[in-house]
Design a protein around this ligand. Sequence first.
Ligand code: HEM
Length: 419
Amino acid sequence: MPDLFTWEFATDPYPAYAWLREHAPVRWTRLPSGVGAWLVTRYGDAREALAEGRLSKNPAHHVGESRGKTGIPGERGADLMTHLLNIDPPDHTRLRRLVSKAFTPRRVAAFEPRVRELTDRFIDGFAGRGEADLIHDFAFPLPIYAICDLLGVPAADQDDFRDWAGMMIRHGNGPRGGVARSVKRMRSYLVELIHRKRGDLGDDLISGLIRASDHGEQLTENEAASLSFILLFAGFETTVNLIGNGVHTLLTHPAARRELQASLARGESALLESAVEELLRYDGPVELATWRYATVPLTIGGQAVAPGDPVLVVLAAADRDPARFGGPDTLDLARRDNPHLGYGHGIHYCLGAPLARLEARTALATLLTRLPDLRFAGDPAELRWRGGLIMRGLRTLPVEFTAEPSRGSRRAGDGPSPA
Ligand code: HEM
């Protein structure tokens, strides 16, 4: 049995996952926090477990040493929040239906010009320097300002969100004071904003949430605040790492990257679209799906699971299962048969997938087009991964490139800036 959760594992978990898939596909494992959980690593079992109605998302079902650590900051403690990722039907069905009425693919598609504008603005911020930390300067600020805009957080307040989000990403999901404080501030801000907007509805997503109703039933202010928070939280670090891991993969696969650049130069979009899916499959941001708990005795992949046992589906392992993917350890940007689980599966399937795709495509295409000789600054073997349980992402991604000639007018203080 290989060691899990070490530094080497965080750098490259795939050999350990291959071992688990082959020898112990549903394995009881003690996590660094001391909590035990079943790790599910085969594609077929993973897909079934994600859609299994007898696995609850509600931490109250957890029987064990430590309850309810699902990796979402703010969910424990005084203002524990009910949100999509820790509730079951019928509550989940109702909330998801309501939020889906406001957070529509059409709204996301209409947001494309703004995503392009933000992408260019952040690249403008470092393109003249010839070097950057792509996490700090680009992958981090882009999704936070994008989701703030989409929600309708006034521009003047968006830097606060950047700071709170920075605190959350730097200090992970632990119960440390700074993170709890940031979550609390974000939450009280959102509650207040929703209250204010109720009297003055606009076109933004929060106004859409307030307006959404189902059989005459509307979201309460508290529910609207929790949903806005989960959109921010679920859509933030995931997108940072989709861009970060994606660029990292492209820089370590020069032939694939050249092919993608050539296709972008021809103005094509098909390879870019399949590339983003393949980057998610190959080294996606969500390594493990969020926590699930057995509500009754059941079996997963032939293994008996007792009521109250936590189950963690290892998306990163399932997406490299040779039983489902040909050449699973090979990056194939043009892969056609690619039903990866990077966005999950079943009723909790990622609600933000259209926005994630839009941001990832725009970010990667613009970077590769504007900075065609983008390369690692320093030895990529020295890069440090965050080593969290649920998310997989780099701490920093130093790059260099031929500096763009000055594009002129951007001054310090013009619009959003990195942390
Ligand atoms: C960037 C890449 C992203 C990836 C790889 C990703 C991945 C996932 C995964 C795997 C799940 C299911 C978790 C589980 O079942 O345990 C999920 C759920 C969710 N995602 Fe994403 N996500 C991304 C971006 C976003 C964005 C941009 C948003 C919103 C702005 C978002 C909002 C959500 C929400 C609200 C859920 C919960 C849905 C539910 O429980 O019904 N995600 N995501």
